[in-house]
Ligand binder design. Structure first.
Ligand code: PLP
Length: 412
């Protein structure tokens, strides 16, 4: 210990003492599960290196490149020397552009003051959870659901509470299930609409009931809308239309095809923005500057035209894939309304989704994600297909499965 350090930082000595004798990681690390999909990807790449042709239906990011106008804006930003930190809340002009986008796309009036630009929606979710949670406080989530959410809660010493959901619930939370699972320790409910892995959406009237219920219970509602731009059934509606007093998280990753640029945002109740700013300043200083300048081009008419074409392509892929998988024997009781995933019941072939995924990859060269990545509820009986590959490849993947699956014994 440096002399005088304990006087300058009185909270540190206990921390350092607690670390001195211990060589192993903190307990929270043991509760963080790895992404099995990464292991699928590694195995798939190994097959490719050995000369096999692989159809990648495991990958959770668009296959489309970042739109040209966005790339041009990034090049211009670099040429102009935009390489320093920005405000932790993001570039004011980007905050204004995002706020305007809610007006243009959804007819919702949002103040730029409520926009917090973040390092991907991953940072957005982490900031919101850091803002809301004390130790041991619970967050209601769906099981199956996006796995990082429960890990964010765990890292913050909160308690993720997975609510088992299935086709009867549209794989989503409802006002009724939230009320049923709420306890004295529950602080928030987190909903992704459309969801990963199921692609299902919460209907706007149900979202209104949920917002009222969470309010009545004295909690906070967080809605992850990162796939909302990729909706295929009518005009999408943002939860922001319902209330100014909820948190909406979104991203440039999926609809805008900018996964690697690491840029997302929060629309927060205005009174919480200062605290979110403090957290962002301390956790990562500011979101990536070049990415923010590039993202200013996302809302231009020429970019939106490109993105609309791509949305149509995703919808055509979904419309091909869902009936094709059903015909092969997978159970897909609810048509996914958005995103680019199909969560399929594989229990006619296997009740061990991890082994099933491995066998399918080995036998057919089709890579899929085991349900165990998304929770525990019937996870071994499900796999996730991503339609983030071109139609010809999807057709090829389905044809390969069509040759292989009939060779398996059908389970009762
Ligand atoms: C539902 C959901 N939320 C959040 C994220 C995080 O995305 P990003 O940090 O790239 O915005 C993902 C990524 O797959 C996701 O599926």
């Amino acid at each position: 210990m440096v002399e005088g350090y304990d006087r300058a930082f009185p909270f540190v000595p206990a921390l350092v003492r607690s670390m001195e004798p211990r060589q192993h990681p903190a307990a929270r690390v043991a509760d963080i599960a790895p992404f099995h999909v990464m292991e699928v990807q590694t195995a798939a790449r190994a097959l490719e290196a050995a000369g096999r042709n692989v159809v990648h239906m495991e990958i959770g990011e668009p296959d489309f490149p970042t739109p040209g106008p966005v790339l041009d804006a990034a090049r211009a930003a670099l040429a102009d020397g935009h390489i320093r930190y920005t405000s932790a809340l993001g570039l004011p002009e980007l905050r204004r552009a995002i706020a305007r986008h809610y007006g243009d796309a959804f007819g919702i009036d949002v103040s730029p003051e409520r926009i917090v630009v973040t390092a991907g929606s991953s940072a957005a979710l982490l900031l919101v959870m850091a803002l809301l949670l004390n130790r041991d406080e619970q967050v209601l989530l769906t099981d199956p659901g996006y796995p990082c959410n429960r890990h964010f809660v765990r890292v913050l010493e909160g308690a993720p509470l997975g609510v088992p959901v299935g086709p009867a619930e549209n794989y989503q939370l409802s006002a009724e299930s939230i009320a049923r699972h709420w306890t004295g320790r529950t602080r928030a409910a987190l909903i992704a609409s459309p969801s990963n892995p199921t692609g299902t959406m919460v209907a706007h009237d149900e979202m209104a009931r949920i917002a009222r219920k969470v309010d009545d219970l004295g909690g906070r509602l967080v809605v992850d809308e990162i796939y909302l731009g990729l909706s295929y059934e009518g005009a999408p509606r943002s939860a922001l239309a319902l209330s100014d007093d909820l948190f909406v998280v979104s991203s440039f990753s999926k609809y805008f095809n900018m996964t690697g640029w690491r840029l997302g945002w929060i629309v927060a109740p205005e009174r919480h923005v200062r605290d979110l700013e403090k957290l962002a300043q301390n956790l990562y200083i500011s979101p990536a500057t070049v990415s923010q300048h590039a993202a200013l081009a996302c809302f231009r008419a020429d970019t939106l035209e490109i993105l609309e074409e791509r949305r149509q392509a995703f919808r055509a892929r979904r419309d091909f894939l869902v009936p094709a998988l059903r015909k092969l024997g997978f159970g897909i009781p609810v048509m996914p309304g958005g995103g680019f995933f199909v969560y399929a019941d594989c229990s006619r072939f296997s009740r061990d989704s991890l082994a099933f995924g491995r066998d399918v990859l080995e036998a057919t060269g089709v890579a899929i994600t085991p349900g165990v990545d998304f929770g525990t509820h019937r996870a071994h009986e499900h796999v996730r297909f991503a339609y983030t590959v071109a139609m010809e490849k999807l057709e090829d993947g389905v044809a390969r499965l069509g040759h292989y699956l009939p060779s398996l014994p059908r389970l009762p």
